[in-house]
Design a protein. Structure first.
Length: 292
């Protein structure tokens, strides 16, 4: 059976991708994914070489055939989203930034001049990295189908793992608690929440832990830069102890981590002292929980 680990954080910039990239170096027989499709950055460290690229069809969008349009204005009248502009030179046109793809204009047009067609909202890729294969994606600018794209990335990773007889998928998840996060954690074997000992970090951690508990997904916590605020670190320990959540790693603040990232290396290949040791140990704990 394929196990799946998703690494998330309450917000961006807490070290989630640093941990994911380190795990890429430590775990075997796996597929890596970058499910942070709005701000993908795992590729910066894993340096993938693209083997396959596909379009992501996120939905359907209206297209107007100007040769049929009689400029009756019905489409503009029915649209609640101001998705139809009237241009003095071009006549009626679809404003794709305002359009909500509801299809009402296509339904209402007496000339059938508007049709709904598949819209390409981005691309997804299967790539080769020094640590195995990776599935990742790039959402188009101003596109908002990230939850759907995350689901697609996970499906493709699962298919690839099955085809290649691999037993593990490690997802670098999106930040926050929105639709993409739900898409990244649903049905996974384990979620690792990476947090920092700041008040906002604690608040964000609580929100994502609540989300995981709502979906009854096992959770573990990693405190990144625990040494920057020992009082808040203690608060996180108490919160986790109260809920019976294991803290599998407490990483000290270590300037060498930034040097590793600038060198586009993970904290296992680039020696970062205590951080390297703790992350190694943390992977063993995470693996133990997933195999239990
Ligand atoms: S409803 Fe149809 S015919 Fe009328 S303006 Fe819109 S596209 Fe043109
Ligand atoms: S698809 Fe819906 S939102 Fe978009 S232009 Fe037509 S009526 Fe407006």
């Amino acid at each position: 059976m394929i196990k799946e680990l998703t690494i998330i954080s309450g917000k961006g910039g807490t070290g989630k991708t640093t941990i994911t990239a380190a795990f890429a170096s430590l775990c075997e027989n796996k597929i890596m994914t970058d499910c942070d499709v709005d701000a993908a950055d795992l590729h910066l460290i894993l340096q993938p070489e693209v083997l396959r690229q596909e379009s992501f069809i996120g939905g359907r969008a209206p297209v107007m055939d100007k040769s049929i349009c009689t400029e009756c204005g019905t489409c503009q009248e029915v649209c609640r989203f101001n998705g139809i502009d009237l241009d003095p030179d071009k006549g009626y046109t679809i404003n794709s930034f305002a359009c909500d793809n509801c299809a009402l204009c296509a339904f209402a047009c007496p000339e059938e001049a508007i049709s709904m067609v598949d819209s390409v909202n981005g691309n997804w890729f299967i790539s080769k990295t020094p640590y195995g294969k990776m599935v990742h994606a790039k959402l188009g600018i101003a596109e908002d189908n990230s939850g759907k794209l995350v689901t697609l990335v996970r499906q493709q990773a699962k298919k690839l793992a099955e085809d290649e007889g691999l037993s593990l998928i490690v997802n670098d998840g999106p930040p926050g608690i929105g639709c993409p996060v739900t898409a990244a954690i649903t049905g996974t074997s384990l979620v690792l929440v990476v947090t920092e000992p700041t008040l906002s970090g604690i608040h964000d951690m609580e929100r994502v832990v609540d989300l995981c508990r709502h979906f009854q997904i096992p959770v573990q916590v990693c405190i990144n830069k625990y040494s920057i605020n020992l009082v808040n670190t203690q608060k996180i320990r108490e919160y986790c102890a109260h809920l019976g959540i294991a803290i599998v790693g407490e990483l000290p603040f270590e300037p060498l981590v930034n040097k590793a990232l600038v060198a586009r290396q993970n904290v296992i290949d680039f020696e970062c002292g205590a951080v390297t040791r703790v992350v190694r140990k943390m992977w063993q704990e995470v693996e133990k929980q997933m195999m239990a």
